[in-house]
Structures are given as C-alpha cells and as structure tokens.
Design a protein around this ligand. Structure first.
Ligand code: AMP
Length: 314
C-alpha cells in the first residue's frame, strides 16, 4: 500500500476535494451576473481589471449549445473572468433572412452559463447596442466579399461592427470564436488588428454531433428527414479534402464535392471551395495549409461547415 506522510495526505485530499468541487461546479454553478447595459458590464469589468484579473469574452447570439459552451470552457481555462454576450444582432441579417425566427431561450442559456461558472452574461437589447443616431459601421474589405459574404452581402459588415463594439465595451484581453464560422474568425481577427484593439482572438475547434453534423443554433429548423441528410455535408467535405491532399487539382476536387452534395439531396450548394488558411486565397493544389469551405441549403435552412486539409502522409 502507498505510504504517505501527513503533508502528502493533506495535499492528496485537497486535490480530491478540488476535483470534486470542479465537477460539481459544472453541474450546479452560480448564476452569472446579468448586465443589460454597457455601463453595468463596464462597472464589473473595471473592478476585475483593478484587481489585475484577465478577462475573456465569448460573443454569441444565444440558443446556446455545446459548441458555444466549448468557447466558454476555453475562455475559463485561460482567463480569470469570463463574459458571454448574447445578442441577436439585427445588422448582420439580410432582409429575407431569419432574424425574427432566430431561436431564443434566455433562461436556458443562463442555466448553461451558470453550469460553467461564467462570471457575467451581457444581454443588451437593440437600443443599448444601436441607440438613436447610431451612424457608424465597420467594413473589412477583401475577406468579406467571398464565400458567405458573396451570398450575404450585409452580413460581415454587421458582424465586424457589433464585434468591434463588444470588444471595446468589454475591454477583454481575449475573445473566443468558433472555427465553424472560420471566415468570421478571420474577419474579426483582421478587424481587431486593423483598429488596434488590444485583444487576442482565439479560434476554438468545431464541436459536432456524434454523426458529424456541426452544432448550430439553426439545426432546430431541420425536419427529421433533413436532419438525417445533414451530416453528409461533413462527410463530403472530408472526402474533398482527402482528394486534394492525394493530388487532385483543388478545382476538380471541389467540383466533385458539389456533384456529391447535390446527389446526396442538398437543394442548393451556395459554394464549395478550397482556400488558403490565413488569407482565404483560392489555391490550385494542396501545397500549403488550406481548408475546404461550403454553404448548402436544405429547405429554408442554410448550413455552413469547413474542414482543414489533413496533413499529407509522408
Ligand atoms: P452564434 O451564436 O451562432 O453567432 O455563434 C457564436 C460563436 O459560437 C461563434 O464564434 C461561432 O463560431 C461559435 N460556434 C457556433 N457553433 C459552433 C460549433 N459547433 N463549434 C464551435 N464553435 C461554434
């Protein structure tokens, strides 16, 4: 049997208690402070910063799922205090998009955030974010005119504007974004750099359902039949990535992928492209880090996903 002196026993006991408390905290955490105004959030953040604590921010539109919670967990692991923001930002929706139908569930969202010991939830309304007379917008050129930006021309302007506000309002040190919206991650990184906002934008890998479908608040729109078909997107993206890495021309691999998506039953393939990882340039062959990106439509629902090209086998 392991022989321990008193001090070693004490340390082991303390560790066990800490681990137990940690797992309990995930289940029964305290409710986060809820701030609905910029001033209320700033007051809390000022106290934290005065105490020398680092702050992480996780911008979301709510209807939280495990993908969002992975961002909160990443922030908790790296920052002393974590803010989750929930705001369905009207300026990033086009006229015919799902702004009014966007899923909402404030009470459940706050429960989930409490379960992760999130320190503060920022839930502004549209007037708090865009008071009368609001007249500024942020445009990131280049990165925003392709892929999702081509199909949703107002989208990234709305995202860049609201995220620049959230960065300034929260004065966070680090911000967490999902790789599921990889183009968005690059756009907000560029925006923060160009506007000299002192924040590090951290990417978090995509969280998927067991069958590969990327988690998304919009998945609730899918009918049972559509839900069954949806994971084919991830499967085909991976097959396209394999083909490119095995030496196929990227355009040919992408063309094959579009045909496969249509065969699988997706009603419209908005785009399927292989692009470089940092600047989103189209590439001819898989000779540098790149990802396969796609947006497809199933009924009224638009799904996006992307995967990295696997490292070439040597
Ligand atoms: P949304 O609420 O859809 O605007 O997403 C808020 C943040 O969560 C964004 O940074 C998304 O990229 C991220 N996110 C959404 N779904 C996932 C997912 N399945 N895995 C990882 N991050 C995600």
């Amino acid at each position: 049997m392991l022989r321990c002196n008193k001090r070693t026993k004490y340390i082991i006991n303390s560790l066990l208690v800490a681990v137990f408390k940690g797992s309990q905290a995930e289940m029964t955490g305290e409710k986060p402070i809820v701030a609905r105004s910029v001033a209320a959030m700033r007051q809390e953040v000022a106290r934290w910063r005065q105490a020398g604590q680092t702050v992480g921010v996780v911008p979301t539109m709510g209807a939280l799922h495990d993908g969002h919670l992975a961002l909160v967990r990443a922030a908790k692991a790296e920052c002393d205090k974590v803010i989750a923001t929930i705001f369905v930002n009207p300026t990033q929706f086009g006229a015919n998009e799902d702004l009014d139908a966007y899923p909402k569930g404030e009470a459940q969202d706050l429960e989930k955030l409490a379960g992760l010991q999130t320190d503060l939830a920022f839930l502004p309304d549209a007037d708090a974010m865009y008071p009368a007379g609001f007249a500024t917008s942020v445009r990131v050129s280049g990165l925003t005119e392709i892929m999702c930006g081509a199909g949703r021309p107002v989208h990234f302007g709305g995202v860049a504007t609201v995220v620049s506000k959230l960065f300034n309002q929260s004065r966070a040190d680090r911000a967490y974004f999902g790789e599921k919206d990889y183009q968005q991650f690059l756009v907000v990184t560029r925006m923060a750099q160009d506007l000299d906002i002192p924040i590090t934008v951290v990417p978090v890998p995509t969280v998927r359902e067991a069958d590969g479908l990327a988690m998304s608040s919009r998945n609730v729109y899918l009918s049972a039949a559509q839900r069954e078909l949806a994971p084919a997107l991830y499967r085909i993206l991976n097959q396209v990535a394999e083909k490119a890495v095995e030496g196929a021309a990227c355009a040919a691999a992408a063309g094959w992928g579009v045909a496969e998506l249509e065969k699988a039953g997706f009603e419209r393939v908005e785009y399927l492209e292989i692009r470089e990882t940092t600047n989103l340039d189209l590439i001819d062959t898989a000779d540098r880090p790149a990802r396969v990106f796609a947006a497809v439509h199933l009924g009224q629902t638009r799904l996006i996903d992307n995967v990295p090209l696997p490292a070439r086998a040597v």
